[in-house]
Design a protein around this ligand. Structure first.
Ligand SMILES: NC(=O)c1ccc[n+]([C@@H]2O[C@H](COP(=O)([O-])OP(=O)(O)OC[C@H]3O[C@@H](n4cnc5c(N)ncnc54)[C@H](O)[C@@H]3O)[C@@H](O)[C@H]2O)c1
Length: 342
């Protein structure tokens, strides 16, 4: 029989509900309690309910804590849970700056033995997983350059926590761009040389930026170009991977609203001898995906790590620190790349 892990979920907004459903579908988690500072969100749940997260952790003594609150509180809850011996799954971003991610890493190191995973969910989309196995197969050679564009239509005047920098840590970069930065690291490698900035191109009065750009280079000379936008005015996800022997394009991303379009991967192999096509127009292959099982795959990996059947490969604390250092660098904050590891 599957071992049940006693779990509480803190933050029962959109992501808390998504994680709750994924854990229920998985079957290996016994959710004993849910917590949100807004009681109105908890009424539908049969589990114990709490409006104060410390009381929830102390009262339930869970094995695992899932953190889906607003960004500002994530590090405090993660550290409190780790210090009490709990395993933790926490949403991205891992806090509001690299210092937050480093604090969580230090808490994990102090206690040892626990599992800590962050919700870099995009790695589990079918197009991303397909691209990863294509690259790992060596069929197209090595990735040497990448271009990532992630954009949405956002109203930065809306009264919500994402538009309150105290709670969110920033604008579109830390909210959505973080996923693309994580993917660029995943496919290209660790960036050591970064030139980037954020701007308010349309939402001049908002505190959080509507635009972020960066060019980045790894120590072994691979490059990436990154653009995160709240003013794309139409949802868009495009990632190009240029390899020594071919090319991969990822276009669209399947979400519940389907607003990022169909999820597609297209690839072709370099064909300078015109074996399979014309010069400049090689034979290409496309796969489309009409299902998003990313939330389930993510929980499978977490559960596997909790039950000793594998480690955390995606969303490790080191991924968290590295991506937050990229973000700090683009924001021009200390603790960015080149600041040394604290
Ligand atoms: N992995 C992904 O793809 C993904 C997607 C969307 C959001 N997120 C992340 O998930 C987190 C939540 O985002 P969301 O879209 O669900 O927002 P949301 O506003 O729907 O939910 C956040 C919830 O946290 C609760 N909360 C805030 N402070 C709290 C506290 N101190 N104690 C208990 N509850 C508290 C709020 O009342 C709210 O219900 C954010 O960190 C966000 O960046 C991740």
């Amino acid at each position: 029989m599957q071992k049940k892990i006693r779990t509480v979920i803190i933050g029962m907004g959109r992501m808390g509900r998504t994680r709750y459903e994924a854990m229920r579908r998985h079957g290996g988690f016994e959710i004993t309690a849910v917590c949100d500072s807004r009681m109105s969100l908890l009424e539908r749940y049969p589990e114990h309910v709490y409006t104060e997260w410390k009381r929830c952790i102390d009262g339930e003594q869970p094995q695992t804590v899932v953190v889906c609150t607003v960004n500002a509180v994530i590090p405090d809850i993660v550290c409190y849970a780790l210090e009490r011996g709990c395993h933790v799954f926490a949403e991205k971003p891992p806090g509001r700056c690299a210092g937050d991610a480093l604090r969580m890493k230090a808490c994990l190191g102090k206690n040892g033995g626990q599992v800590l995973k962050f919700g870099f969910n995009h790695r589990y989309h079918y197009s991303i997983m397909e691209a990863k196995s294509l690259i790992d197969s060596g069929f197209l050679g090595e990735v040497v350059a990448a271009r990532g564009v992630y954009g949405k239509a956002a109203d930065l005047n809306r009264q919500e926590w994402r538009n309150n920098v105290e709670l969110s840590g920033g604008g579109i970069l830390i909210d959505q761009g973080i996923h693309m930065l994580d993917l660029l690291r995943y496919f290209v490698g660790d960036f050591t040389d970064i030139d980037g900035f954020t701007d308010h191109l349309v939402w001049k009065e908002s505190v959080g930026e509507d635009t972020a750009f960066a060019t980045m280079r790894t120590a072994d000379g691979k490059v990436a170009v990154f653009h995160s936008s709240a003013i794309q005015w139409k949802h868009k996800f495009d990632l190009d991977l240029i390899c020594t022997n071919g090319y991969i394009a990822l276009n669209g991303l399947l979400t519940s609203t389907k607003s990022y379009g169909e999820e597609r991967i297209t690839y072709y192999k370099k064909d300078l001898e015109r074996k399979n096509g014309k010069i400049g127009n090689p034979k290409e292959y496309t796969m489309c995906f009409d299902q998003d099982d990313s939330w389930s795959y993510e929980m499978d990996e977490f559960y596997g790590a909790l039950t000793g059947k594998g480690g955390i490969k995606n969303g490790t604390v080191d991924d968290a620190v590295a991506v937050m250092r990229l973000i700090d660098t683009i924001y021009g904050k200390k603790n960015g790349i080149g600041a040394g590891v604290v």
